[in-house]
Write a new protein. Sequence first.
Length: 94
Amino acid sequence: MLVFKPSQIAASALWLAIKILYHDKGRWTNDLIEYSRYNEHHLRPCVKDMCILFTGIERCSLQMVRKKFSLARYNKVALIRITPAGCVDRKSSD
């Protein structure tokens, strides 16, 4: 993750959230390209790295943050399952 600019990480996180929440309906629109100055091609390597991190999170030894955000007062967001298919569209992968 250190090879990416903070703005690229932020844009990649947004794109990944859109893909996870909206699946096939979620797209990186022209407005998002204009605002972020990144297109899907620029974000794809960072998104792939994020997917690797997210899909392996249950095996990580540092679980306190995950436990915290599994509580009802945080809407149990840590319990959302992220599948590799939900992470990166197969058409988009290199």
